[in-house]
Design a protein around this ligand. Structure first.
Ligand SMILES: O=C1O[C@H](COP(=O)(O)O)[C@@H](O)[C@H](O)[C@H]1O
Length: 259
């Protein structure tokens, strides 16, 4: 299992800018080493702020967008045009502004798409997308994603895996339908913790003191049933990128970077 690293930035803007810079560097490094790279996006305030920062950065042109696969860790099961959709927010923040190959943008189905309001069928279809994109060296039906961005909620959810919900117990499937979420909208699609742990790098990105309890509990070793984000780990690296608010209840002192 990878070691957990924590970096704390002085404010949310710095967090988003620094995470975007890290993302460019890691994608470029992976593309140089392997030819193409894959990234899993998250919804939420910090996740979308990072994408906006990336759009506004001239460094984004260092990425070969034609050799990047994009997936989502979770999606709100709402109509395609809804502003609540993580996909729509990511497209507006970044994807509509870069020369990405549309075939390599792997979105989860909306509630008015080909599966209608059958969220189980939509989740199963996304599991098939993952399986179809897994290579022999991935040793399973989920790609070894190069970078997975994940946000978290104040109660400890990550992706759309909520505390003590059926999704947190899932050990077989890579993608599940999620119902009765405590945070609206109530119906969602989510990667499971076993699928998340297939990623090489998992980056937990969050800001604000409403996240401080969940961050502190996860980093203190809480169980994943109560605090699902505690179970989000990368195979190569688990990196927490926080602002001072989100880090404010950590007992260990994590220094902001000096440069
Ligand atoms: O609903 C969701 O919320 C979380 C966290 O969002 P935030 O705005 O409170 O930071 C996000 O990680 C997840 O992808 C999203 O669907």
């Amino acid at each position: 299992m990878s070691k957990t690293e924590v970096v704390v930035y002085g404010n949310p803007d710095l967090l988003a800018a620094a995470a975007a810079a890290r993302l460019v560097t890691r994608i470029v490094d992976v593309q140089a080493a392997k030819g193409s790279a894959s990234v899993v996006l998250t919804g939420g305030g910090t996740g979308i702020a990072i994408l906006k920062e990336l759009r506004e950065s001239s460094a984004r042109d260092a990425i070969d967008w034609s050799r990047l696969d994009v997936y989502w860790g979770d999606e709100r099961f709402v109509p395609a045009g809804s502003d609540e959709r993580n996909e729509k927010q990511a497209r507006e923040a970044l994807l509509d502004h870069v020369p990405i190959d549309p075939e390599r943008v792997h979105a989860m189905a909306p509630s008015d798409g080909e599966f209608g309001d059958d969220v189980d069928a939509a989740a199963a279809a996304y599991a098939e997308v993952l399986a179809a994109n897994a290579r022999p060296e991935d040793h399973g039906d989920v790609p070894s994603f190069d970078i997975m961005l994940l946000g978290l909620g104040g109660e400890g959810h990550t992706a759309s895996i909520f505390p003590e919900s059926p999704a947190v117990y899932e050990q077989e499937r890579s993608v599940v339908a999620v119902r009765n979420c405590p945070k609206p909208p109530p119906t969602r699609i989510s990667l499971t913790l076993p699928a998340i742990r297939r990623a090489r790098d998992v980056w937990l990105v969050t800001g604000g003191d409403t996240k401080a309890d969940a961050v502190a509990l996860a980093l203190a070793g809480a169980g994943e049933v109560q605090i699902p984000v505690a179970g989000a780990r990368g195979d190569r690296r688990t990196l927490w990128l926080l602002d001072r608010g989100a880090a404010s209840k950590l007992t260990k002192v994590y220094q902001p970077p000096t440069a």
